[in-house]
Design a protein around this ligand. Structure first.
Ligand code: ARG
Length: 266
C-alpha cells in the first residue's frame, strides 16, 4: 500500500500557458522548486511511509513532474493519458514506456478521446469520480468503467482554475470527501451530495481552495497538503487525520500541488 510514482523537477518550469495559473512571465525558481519537491518526498517517505518509484525526467518536458497525469493504474492495468494540449502530448510516450517496462498491462482508450489520468479520475474503493469538460472527455468514463469494473460518476468541471478533478476534490481513506463545490456544475454538486452523506462532506473555503487545499495525498490517516490551509487542516484533524503541510508555491505557478506530483500505483 502507498506506492507512488514521482518524477524529479530537473526540467520543471513555466514554458507555456495551458491553464489560468500559468504565466511564462511568472517563472518558477528552479532551486526553490527543487527544495520544495525534496521536502514533499521526505514527508511522503519518512512521515507517511509511502514507497516511491521514480520516472526519469526528460529535458523539454517541464510538466512531466506532474505524474498524476501519467494515466490511471489499477490491479496491474495501466491506461495512459491522452492529453488535450499538444504541449503535454509529448509526455505520453514516456509515461507509456514506464508502465510497459514495469510490467503493467497497458490498455489504450479509443482514438481521439482525451483523458488526463489520475488528475481526473479518483474515488473511494467502490465509487469513482471522473472530471470532464476542461481536460478529459466524458466519453472516456464508460470505457474505463467497463475496463475496471467500477462505477464512475462523471462530474462536470466549470472553472478554468480547477481544470482537473484533483484540484477541487479529494476522497479520504475514512470515507470523507474534501471538496470545493463552486468548481462543479449544479448537477455534479447534486451527484456528490447523493453519494456522500452530508456529515462526510468537508467543504474547503475559497481562499484555501485557491491554494489547492484539495490537491492532497491521503494515505491511511495521513494527509499531505499544500501549506497555508489552516481551516482545511483543522477539519482534517477533527476527523482524526494527521495533516502534513508542505510549501509548494513554485508548483502552483504551473497549476499543480502535492497530489499532482504523485501517481497512486496501488
Ligand atoms: N501545468 C500542468 C497542466 O496544466 C499542471 C498539471 C497538474 N496536474 C494535476 N493532476 N492537476 O496540465
Amino acid at each position: 500500500m502507498g506506492r507512488l510514482l514521482i518524477c524529479s523537477p530537473d526540467y520543471y518550469g513555466i514554458e507555456y500557458e495551458i491553464n489560468p495559473w500559468m504565466r511564462v512571465s511568472n517563472a518558477a525558481d528552479p532551486q526553490k522548486a527543487r527544495d520544495q519537491w525534496v521536502q514533499l518526498i521526505r514527508v511522503l517517505e519518512e512521515e507517511v511511509g509511502a514507497k516511491l518509484e521514480r520516472l526519469t525526467p526528460v529535458p523539454g518536458l517541464p510538466d512531466l513532474v506532474f505524474t498524476a497525469n501519467a494515466g490511471v493504474v489499477y490491479e496491474g492495468k495501466a491506461v495512459p493519458s491522452r492529453f488535450r494540449h499538444p504541449e503535454r502530448q509529448r509526455e505520453e510516450e514516456h509515461f507509456e514506456r514506464w508502465f510497459a517496462e514495469k510490467g503493467y498491462q497497458v490498455i489504450t482508450l479509443e482514438k481521439e478521446c482525451f483523458f488526463e489520468g489520475a488528475g481526473d479520475l479518483l474515488g473511494f474503493p467502490d465509487t469513482w469520480f471522473g472530471g470532464y469538460r476542461q481536460r478529459s472527455d466524458i466519453r472516456a468514463y464508460p470505457q474505463l468503467s467497463e475496463l475496471f469494473g467500477k462505477e464512475i460518476l462523471p462530474l462536470e468541471l466549470v472553472s478554468g482554475h480547477f481544470y482537473h478533478l484533483d484540484t477541487c476534490l479529494c476522497p479520504l481513506s475514512g470515507g470523507e470527501l474534501l471538496y470545493y463545490p463552486p468548481a462543479f456544475d449544479s448537477y455534479a454538486q447534486t451527484t456528490i451530495a447523493h453519494r456522500v452523506e452530508e456529515n462526510r462532506r468537508l467543504v474547503v473555503p475559497q481562499n484555501e481552495a485557491e491554494r489547492f487545499a484539495c490537491n492532497a495525498v491521503c494515505i491511511d490517516t495521513h494527509v499531505v497538503l499544500p501549506s497555508g490551509c489552516p481551516e482545511t487542516m483543522s477539519m482534517l484533524q477533527d476527523r482524526g487525520y494527521t495533516p502534513h503541510p508542505v510549501e509548494l508555491d513554485q508548483f502552483l505557478k504551473a497549476g499543480g500541488s502535492a497530489k499532482c506530483l504523485t501517481l497512486a500505483l496501488d
